[in-house]
Design a protein around this ligand. Structure first.
Ligand code: MOS
Length: 762
């Protein structure tokens, strides 16, 4: 049995030395702990004095709590207290105290703060009991008298009040100023496209429910196990909101069961669990229900318009891309939707515009490839439409307008193997066999179509610290307050350290998921490998140099006259490169220096002066085959080839998994996912897994992942970029384009459900 999956038995390693190498397929080091249930998640940590909190959610979308009655809930045996805005402990009021590290401009949501209700599903009370069952039952008995007010949740009804957001969010880049004269160029060009796109709300729904276990020890210190993409962000938030000193709160998230952006900001179950623990002076756990997973953050509903104009030979003359998205009454959630249209194709006239509309909803939050998922979808479907107007092959149109420099800002790319992605992907897929005419291939009741699209995402690097400790027994422990949301951080960081130090992976432990560890950024934006990985490489280099210095001092040292560049770290040894038989064990060096441990610390700061001279991106080319049943409107995505350019790939196995996950999600975005609002109630109606559709195994067929070679030392010293988000971008556009090719029906809104496939969108 195990012979079928040899990679699961042992990481790929050099025979003899046992040395793991970056750039090879290595199974997750945390895989065994996860599949055997040893890995503990936020809701699984025990405490002897644990109480259970259950959230009561608002049935109204907007209004004021006139009165509330908790007497029936309090009468349930085992119920300890019911916290509401009326009796909650004192918390800070100023917005600044509630700003987490990724908060956008505006006034952050403060649970149980006042009698005002802002959105349907808002937490209005926390019932705390000795058992989960008592808390859950009692929560059903809390009643509210609410003075409801009219709410507005329909984006399409309020487009007239769209406004330009203030760009006050770290990492957010507002659309650039117009390049050229787009309107004039559009009017003058012979071939034009003007298309409108719509994409509904999507919710993240990671497998692990949002949960926080707050363990209070006798002197009041809080150890919080939280589902978050940054233990340090949650620690910061709790300290500020509750006025607790930094050393009174530790946040841990050693395992996270998926998050996809939903854990970039602390969620209200954390606030409520801490509130409960402080109020009751005991440990409290709060776990949201699946339905409550639809009550904080989502990918925003977005409407877009793209106008493209070209010469008869396909030369692009004008790109105009506008997006209007929803946000909450209190914050300006911003994401980069339209800027991608100024990065992909060579064009002299580009105009980009992004606006928001406030609705009576919770603030949206980043969801995998935020902004690009919708924005690149619209651009890439419009490009396909333009190709048909021109009677050109869609891939040929893209190659015709290939950008060698970033078009709007006129900067070079740090690296860009998109052309190789097009070539490798097209070849693997067999694109040259594709008939240009839509609706030209049919088998039985199924129309067969091929579509393609380009994907693009950022290649970011933040700053991070790391520490490394080499112990006398030859074990290495490297630490940083990074996060592994299932992406493979443990494994890749371990590989980087093991390779640098010339040690087997088994001798290296990478510690993450603890707010007391060296500072690391939030795990987001596909930046963790370039960021934390570079810090790990940096701290290991420091450790190497210190070991070398000690080795030179050993009596009769063979390294006495050697320079650092003359030595290598292999098989737990420091060796002379020109004479590998001459070496010392790292443990012997420590021993000789009289040390039981040797620790180094390192701060990795990006070389921003150099980096800002370049546009740093990852790219993809996605090729899709669909079969569309003409009787049922069912779309099957039977084949996908995704060619990715994302710098050096550190672990080809976990990176492939990331891309496969992204492609599956792209299919899901294209065909399945949407949170539907009943605007009479202002509420998401399909807030469960039976009605919020996600693909199952039967929906997913052959997926091919190819990596085009890149080695980008501007993005990171490792040559790596990041692969978390790029796999998703462009997939839904390629599916839409394939549906057009199969059926001759152009679908511009997601998800492309059978009704739209059969009847069209109008
Ligand atoms: Mo990702 S949406 O940057 O967590």
């Amino acid at each position: 049995m195990t012979d079928l999956i040899p990679a699961l038995r042992a990481p790929s390693a050099d025979a003899g030395t046992g040395q793991v190498r970056t750039g090879t397929p290595v199974s997750r080091v945390d895989g065994r702990a996860k599949v055997t249930g040893q890995a503990q998640y936020a809701a699984e940590y025990p405490a002897t004095d644990l109480a259970y909190g259950v959230v009561v959610s608002s049935p109204a979308a907007k209004g004021r709590i006139v009165s509330l009655d908790t007497s029936a809930a309090m009468a349930v045996p085992g119920v300890i207290d019911v916290l509401t805005h009326a009796n909650r402990p004192k918390i800070r009021s100023f917005d600044i105290a509630w700003k987490d590290m990724t908060a956008p401009a505006g006034s952050p949501f403060k649970p149980l703060h006042t009698d005002r209700i802002m959105y349907s599903g808002e937490p209005l009370a926390l019932v705390v009991a000795e058992t989960f069952e008592a808390a859950r039952y009692a929560a059903s008995l809390v009643t509210f008298e609410i003075a409801e007010e009219p709410h507005e949740t329909a984006l399409m009804s309020h487009l007239d009040r769209a406004y330009k957001p203030k760009p006050l969010k770290a990492g957010y880049e507002p659309p650039p100023d117009e390049k050229g004269d787009t309107d004039a160029a559009y009017d003058a060009a012979p071939v034009k496209i003007d298309a409108q796109f719509y994409s509904g709300v999507e919710h993240h729904n990671p497998m692990e429910l949002f949960a926080s276990t707050v363990i209070r020890d006798e002197d009041g210190h809080l150890t919080i196990y939280d589902k978050t993409q940054s233990s340090q962000n949650s620690r910061w938030y709790v300290s500020h909101a509750f006025g607790l000193s930094k050393d009174k709160v530790t946040v841990r998230n050693p395992y996270v069961g998926g998050a996809f952006g939903s854990g970039l900001r602390p969620q209200y179950q954390l606030t409520l669990a801490v509130m409960g623990a402080l109020h009751l002076k005991r440990s409290v756990r709060v776990v949201l229900t699946r339905q409550q997973m639809f009550t904080f953050g989502h990918r925003p509903e977005t409407v877009q318009r793209v106008k493209l104009a070209a010469e008869q030979d396909g030369t692009l003359r004008a790109i105009w891309h506008q997006a209007i998205a929803e946000t909450s009454p209190i914050e300006d959630y911003v994401e980069v939707v339209v800027n991608w249209s100024g990065l992909l194709y060579k064009c002299d006239n580009i105009k980009l515009d992004y606006k928001l509309v406030k609705l009576d909803q919770y603030t949206p939050i980043d969801m995998r490839a935020p902004g690009a998922a919708h924005g690149v979808h619209a651009l890439e479907v419009a490009m396909d439409e333009l190709a048909y107007e021109l009677k050109m092959d869609p891939l040929a149109l893209r190659l015709k307008n290939y950008a060698e420099r970033a078009p709007v800002e006129d900067k070079p790319f740090s690296s860009k193997a998109l052309r190789e992605c097009y070539e490798l992907g097209a070849k693997k897929f067999g694109w040259d066999q594709r008939p240009l005419e839509p609706r030209s291939r049919k088998e039985g009741t199924e129309w067969i179509g091929w579509g393609m699209a380009t994907g693009v995402w950022d290649a970011m690097q933040m700053f991070a610290r790391a520490s490394a400790v080499l112990h006398a027994d030859g074990k290495l422990v490297v630490s940083s307050a990074a996060t592994d949301i299932g992406t493979g951080t443990y494994t890749v960081m371990g590989m980087i350290a093991a390779e640098a130090m010339g040690m087997p992976l088994e001798d290296v432990t990478f510690q993450l998921g603890d707010s007391t560890l060296p500072v690391a950024p939030i795990e987001g934006g596909s930046s963790h490998v370039a960021t934390v990985g570079s810090a790990v490489a940096g701290v290991c280099e420091k450790l190497q140099k210190t070991l070398f210095k000690h080795a030179k001092k050993v009596a009769g040292s063979p390294f006495e006259d050697a320079k650092f560049k003359d030595v290598e770290f292999v098989a737990g040894m420091l060796r002379l490169k020109r004479s590998p038989a001459t070496g010392m064990a790292l443990t012997a060096i420590l021993n000789d220096a009289g040390m039981v441990r040797l620790e180094e610390k390192y701060l990795m700061l990006p070389n921003m002066l150099k980096q800002r001279k370049y546009r740093r991106l990852t790219h993809s080319a996605v090729f899709v085959e669909v079969r569309v049943d003409e009787e049922t409107g069912t779309v099957r995505v039977t084949r996908v080839t995704s060619a990715i350019a994302a710098g050096r790939i550190m672990n080809t196995k976990t990176a492939t998994s990331q891309i496969v996950g992204g492609v599956v999600w792209g299919i899901s975005q294209a065909l399945h996912e949407e949170s539907y609002t009943d605007h009479r109630l202002g509420r998401f109606m399909n807030h469960n897994f039976s009605e919020y559709h996600v693909p199952v195994n039967a929906d997913i067929h052959a997926l091919d992942v190819i990596f085009a070679e890149e080695d980008d030392r501007i993005v990171s010293r490792l040559g790596a970029k990041g692969v978390g988000e790029i796999g998703l971008v462009g997939v839904s556009a390629a599916v839409s384009n394939a549906i057009w090719h199969a059926t001759g029906r152009r679908l511009r809104s997601t998800p492309m459900t059978p009704d739209k496939v059969l009847l069209g969108e109008d």
